[in-house]
Write a protein that binds this ligand. Structure first.
Ligand SMILES: O=P(O)(O)OC[C@H](O)CO
Length: 207
């Protein structure tokens, strides 16, 4: 979505009124989203390299990439830099980062596969569901969805972090899985309501 269409209000002086700034594709929020995507293969390379210091390096890269997720959203909203590209690329970049980390950890034997599969099914399923109901409305990220992302990031961080912190790993990942499933079901309910209301609206219009 652009910041505006750049047109001037009726009757306004085109010389005295400054042009409405438009959010270009190449803005700081989108650049951070792309940086996050580019960090994914670098993170995986570090994760699969044997040794404690490589693990710490992977943790740092994962932390930086996750931090860009917080910053780009805030910048986009506060500086009116929301674009269609950002709306689509931002959640994809989030899910590429957490999804690849989960698959990487399971491939290394550090994380149970069922955890990775449950989270991936929810994330991919809800992303597809959003596209299916888009003609009836947008299912925006809920507070629960944001909490879910935060819990996933901390849980993955603890799994990447070297050291005897298994209890911390299990507790945070357990919480992440529960919130992931519950928010997924909540989105399914929202999608169902949108679908039913949308179809009812279309029938009432006679279309
Ligand atoms: O649960 P979702 O799919 O709405 O994702 C939430 C976002 O990652 C929050 O930034």
């Amino acid at each position: 979505m652009t910041a505006g269409d750049g047109s001037l209000p009726a009757g306004s002086d085109p010389i005295a009124t400054p042009a409405v700034p438009q959010a270009g594709l190449l803005n700081i929020a989108n650049v951070l989203t792309v940086v996050r995507l580019l960090l994914v293969p670098f993170f995986l390379w570090l994760l699969f390299t044997d040794g404690t210091w490589w693990r710490i390096a992977a943790l740092v890269v994962f932390g930086v990439a996750s931090f860009t997720d917080r910053v780009d959203g805030q910048l986009a909203r506060s500086r009116n830099l929301v674009t269609d590209f950002g709306k689509i690329a931002d959640p994809i970049a989030d899910k590429a980062l957490t999804g690849s980390a989960l698959v990487g950890l399971s491939l290394l034997g550090d994380l149970w596969w069922w955890v990775t599969i449950v989270i991936l099914v929810r994330e991919i399923g809800i992303t597809l569901l959003r596209f299916v109901v888009i003609r009836y409305g947008v299912i925006a990220a809920s507070r629960g969805g944001k909490l879910k992302t935060m819990l996933q990031v901390f849980a993955i961080g603890f799994y990447v972090m070297p050291g005897p912190i298994d209890l911390l790993r299990w507790v945070t990942m357990g919480a992440a899985v529960i919130v992931t499933v519950v928010t997924g079901l909540d989105y399914v309910l929202k999608a169902w309501r949108l679908w039913v209301d949308g179809r009812a609206g279309r029938t009432a219009d006679g279309r």
